[in-house]
Design a protein around this ligand. Structure first.
Ligand code: G6P
Length: 367
């Protein structure tokens, strides 16, 4: 198995490094003339024509990719999207019809609750599309259409590269919806696609943040509890960052919408409690900074993640990570790498088995 790790100590670290290639493999076959093209997937444009509502259902990390998908599809294509945890959706007696598109997301394609959610969606007459990494898996076989992500085999229990390409799938599907629904100009869509084509290079450069993030991991590794906060896309990312840390470092953590913190949870912010604050989005930046100040004035130890901010007064946080120059809409890809590294180094410094955390399985086929 050392050989399969390709020289890395762990599968997780190898898989973090696999991400630039996984992104290229997932994005490039779906681009033609700088527009999204799903012809090789056999997904016809007509699938999207009558859709007036989308439900994304999945479990765990895949569900978190769905949260980013909701943001993209609503913002860009103007279609209402809800994201449902599969184990809830399947027992919720959902209201569905032929104009509802149910998108299931699953790395393994075998998660029992996600499969049951898909079966229910079909039974109730919705159209179904799945975003799956494993060829020929149950979810892939049973859904009307499949968009395969091409992450390659993911061995570490904590998902990294599969999540990354699920994000790419969400962007591509959102842009396809824009084309079919004509909610954006071709020029806008082409520009977005060109940004997506460059994302692999950005992620390559993100790999160099390892040392900086490891230094920060040293400062949080002995915490008994910590918080992730963000707004909008950053809130979606926060939820994934938090679960990643819990899964492998066994430190209690929670993700909070930054503006909601003051309605209860801020009572837990006391001296030295680490708070990972994501502030990559200009439209809510000022609000995020004021949330950071609230946290800090209560003694929270703030790790602030922003885009390039030449005028940032770094005394407002304890540690600052600046992402490379990137448009706000694409910052989630870069921020994801920081959060993966933070979980990875924290768990490693605690001497834990990052690839095989206690109590967790790669694929959960019980309900
Ligand atoms: C398990 C794994 C998680 C994963 C979830 C959904 O709980 O430990 O990492 O996100 O299942 O898996 P799927 O294969 O459906 O993406």
């Amino acid at each position: 198995s050392a050989a399969r790790k390709n020289g890395y100590d762990t599968f997780m670290l190898k898989e973090i490094h696999d991400q630039p290639e996984a992104l290229l493999n997932t994005i490039m076959p779906r681009v033609k003339n700088s527009l999204p093209d799903f012809e090789t997937d056999g997904i016809p444009d007509s699938l999207f024509e009558q859709v007036n509502r989308i439900i994304i259902t999945a479990c765990g990390t895949a569900m978190h990719a769905g949260l980013v998908g909701k943001n993209r599809m609503e913002r860009l294509a103007g279609i209402p999207v809800s994201v449902e945890i599969a184990s809830e959706f399947r027992y919720s007696n959902p209201i569905l019809d032929k104009n509802t598109l149910v998108i299931t997301i699953s790395q393994s394609g075998e998660t029992a609750d996600t499969l049951a959610a898909l079966r229910l969606a079909k039974e109730k007459g919705a159209k179904t599309l799945s975003v799956v990494n494993i060829k020929g898996s149950s979810i892939a076989r049973e859904s009307d259409y499949v968009f395969y992500t091409h992450a390659g085999p993911e061995i570490a229990v904590a998902s990294t590269k599969a999540y990354m390409v699920q994000l790419a799938a969400m962007y591509l599907i959102a842009l396809k919806l824009c084309c079919v629904k004509k909610t954006q100009t071709d020029c806008f869509i082409r520009n977005e696609i060109q940004n997506l084509e460059k994302i692999s290079d950005s992620i390559e450069s993100m790999l160099d943040y390892a040392e900086q993030v490891e230094q920060i991991a040293k400062e949080i590794k002995d915490a008994s509890s910590l918080f992730y906060i963000g707004r909008g896309l950053d809130y979606a990312l926060s939820q994934e960052g938090s679960i990643k840390l819990k899964e492998i470092s066994y430190i209690h953590s929670e993700a909070y919408a930054a503006g909601e913190l003051k309605h209860g949870t801020i009572s837990l912010i006391t001296d030295g409690v680490p708070v990972i604050a994501l502030a990559t989005q200009k439209d809510v930046y000022a609000k995020m900074i004021s949330n950071v100040q609230e946290v800090r004035s209560r003694g929270g130890k703030v790790v602030l993640i922003t885009s390039q901010m030449p005028h940032l007064d770094s005394s407002i946080c304890d540690y600052h990570i600046a992402l490379p120059q990137i448009e706000d809409d694409f910052a989630p890809f870069c921020a994801a790498v920081i959060l993966q590294y933070l979980a990875y180094f924290t768990a490693s410094l605690r001497g834990l088995d990052v690839d095989q955390p206690r109590n967790l399985a790669k694929s959960v086929t019980v309900e």
